[in-house]
Design a protein around this ligand. Sequence first.
Ligand code: ZN
Length: 274
Amino acid sequence: MVNWEWSAMTWPELEAKMKETRLVVVPVGSVEQHGHHLGVGADWMQSWEMSRRVGEKTGYPVLPILPYGVSSHHKEFPGVITLSFHTYQKVVEEILGCLAANGVKRVVFINGHGGNNGAIAEAAKEARDKHGILCAITTWWDALGERKVLGHPAEQHAGYAETSFTIVSRPDAVRMNKARLTATKQTDEDIQLVRAGLAKFKGGLVRIPLSTIDVSDTGSMTEAHPDDFRGTTDYSRVTPEFAEGLMDEVVAWLCDFVKEFEGFQDPKRELKRP
Ligand SMILES: [Zn+2]
């Protein structure tokens, strides 16, 4: 009998479960293009698989996946389904409100899409003020940190890491023969575009909100200058064994974090005003 999947439990089972723990895992993703080789649901499929494994290993309740995200910077590509920032924030706020009614005090988001972070953070602040719920937003690229994946930064859109996670999560949504990691297009000598929203200038970073289509024809991105990764865009190194190892690493980190966060004290302080 499943004792971690919110959707598969009856209400009396959930009532009992929420007496054992005040922490819930909320998986979220997006429906957006991921190059020529990953299905448009790559983000939510990866996030669900990670969350499913965390639920199985730890027993914490895992909500159903929220598949849609904030993906307006991808919207020029066919197949993209995006919510506006405000709508998404509202949806997350209302989910957190329902969790509050179930006595939840700690929420760990397992987020597969960077574009969601801002809206989740806004909703989380609201939930803390209104309901005393403390949220943590985790992503696999933040979990991997500075760690390089086959020599590349982990975060690359439809890059080696994401391709690995999709292979593990939904192998039928991967077309490895179509995989092509594409260098970010450049238009200026000094301002180096990293990806759709980010550029480098004289050792510093600048945010320049563009669309993905402006900087990549395939939709996958090395997120770097072509010279930085010349000749190293070879997906054949992403084997199922490599993919499973990377997934295990991230899931182990997530399990450790979730367990630790259950007892994390909210450092909330009120300033005394005269
Ligand atoms: Zn993705």
